[in-house]
Structure formats: C-alpha cells, structure tokens
Design a protein around this ligand. Structure first.
Ligand SMILES: N[C@@H](CCC(=O)N[C@@H](CS)C(=O)NCC(=O)O)C(=O)O
Length: 223
C-alpha cells in the first residue's frame, strides 16, 4: 500500500499527520504551501479540486475530508485503536470529532479568514468579533471534555467517552488551541486542555510531526 499525505504546516492536516506517525505507517509527507497559494495551482487541483489539505492518497486514490481520512486510518491501522469498536463508544468519539471539524474549525476560519465569507470589510470585522467569542466558548467546552477525561483516570481525550487511546480528538485539540493563540486567545485560559496539549507534544510520534511542520505550540509565547 502506498500512502501520501498532503499537508500544510499548522493546518488541520496535522490531525491525520499525527495519526500516521502514531500508527508507524510508511507514508510520504507532501508539503503544500498554502501561504504561497500552491493549493490553487493546476497540479494540486488535479489532486483536490477543492484546493484544501489534508488529502490522503492511497494507492493513487485521493481521500479528502478529515472525517473520512481519520476513519480510513482508524480502520487500516486497527492496532492503534484510534476508534473504539463498540458502536455507541465509536459514535461518541465520531460525534466529538465531527463537532470539532464542522463547528469549531469553521468558527476559527471566520476569525482568521473572514474574507472567505464576505467581501464587506465591516461585515468581516463583525464576523471576527462574534466568532472570537464563540471560539472561546468552544475551547471552554473542549477544556471541560479534557477535565472529564482526566477525572476517569484516563490519559487521552476519548477517555471521557469510554476509550482511553490517542485519537484524532487529541491532535485536533492541539491544532485548535494553537490556532487560538495565533489570533490572541491565550491557551493558558483553558488549563486542562493546555496541559494536555503540552503533554501530547512530548509523545515521540507527535514530536516528529511538530518538528516536521516546525510548529510553535503557543504563538503568544515570546520564544
Ligand atoms: N472540511 C475539510 C476542511 C479542510 C480545510 O479547511 N483545510 C484548510 C486548512 S485547515 C485549507 O486547506 N485551506 C486552504 C485555503 O483555504 O485556501 C476537512 O475536514 O478536511
């Protein structure tokens, strides 16, 4: 099986990037420079006409969308136990992941790239302000989920949902807190989630991804 992951440093592609490293998969990381607009080039559009990362190419077949990619990885690398087998527990982990992907992530996009949603600069400013409040509330919700996970004695976020294994939820949480720090939302306001992210960053496989993507976890920190 040949696997190529198209990723951009610090983007949501961090989630499958971490899963591939944690699973010990043999894969080719392919960097896409979003800030240079490489996603709009004809070469990249031949891989993903929607001009987004991540894309996982499996034996020449491109899979897009984090939900699809992470489910594919969970099933292909079953030993990593990224998802529970028990149907209700599995639904709970996917429920949390879908919320991060279809709600929290787009809330951040409204702050970071409001021009994607309106050409009107006044509307963009209002959108930024409103979504900053929403994003803070959503990070609070993630913080509460981490508190619940730790209260079970578990190490990983999915422990709150009955599955104490590293999952897409841990990697997405790191990404979302880091994104917040880019727009001035201090991650230390969410102590449980922030401590979890710092712990996760020490995991050798996660550290390899952080190194490859050259990420600073808290963009508000001086160093
Ligand atoms: N729903 C998509 C979201 C993907 C997405 O938003 N990707 C962003 C990076 S985090 C992207 O490629 N943006 C490029 C652009 O907007 O030009 C998924 O789950 O994969």
């Amino acid at each position: 099986m040949s696997l190529h992951l198209y990723f951009a440093p610090g983007a949501c592609s961090f989630v499958p990037h971490v899963m591939l490293e944690v699973a010990g998969a043999a894969f080719e990381p392919q960097m896409v420079k979003l800030h240079k607009g490489e996603q709009y080039g004809e070469d990249y559009k031949a891989i993903n006409p929607r001009s987004q990362v991540p894309v996982l190419v499996v034996d020449g077949q491109a899979i897009t969308q984090i939900l699809a990619i992470t489910t594919y990885l969970a099933e292909s690398f079953a030993a990593a136990q990224f998802l529970p087998n028990q149907p209700l527990a599995k639904a709970r982990v996917l429920e949390a992941l879908a919320w991060m992907n279809n709600t929290v992530h787009p809330t951040f996009t409204h702050i970071f790239m409001p021009q994607k949603f309106s050409a009107d600069t006044a509307a963009q400013a209002a959108m930024k302000q409103h979504n900053t409040t929403l994003f803070q509330q959503q990070l609070q919700e993630i913080d509460a989920l981490v508190v619940r996970a730790k209260a079970t004695g578990g190490k990983h976020i999915a422990a709150a949902l009955g599955h104490d294994h590293l999952s897409a939820l841990d990697a997405y949480t790191l990404t979302l807190l880091r994104w917040g720090s880019i727009v001035g939302i201090d991650p230390t306001q969410f102590p449980a989630a922030w401590a979890h992210v710092q712990w996760l960053a020490q995991h050798p496989a996660v550290a390899r991804v952080i190194e490859r993507e050259r990420l600073q976890l808290n963009m508000m920190a001086k160093t």
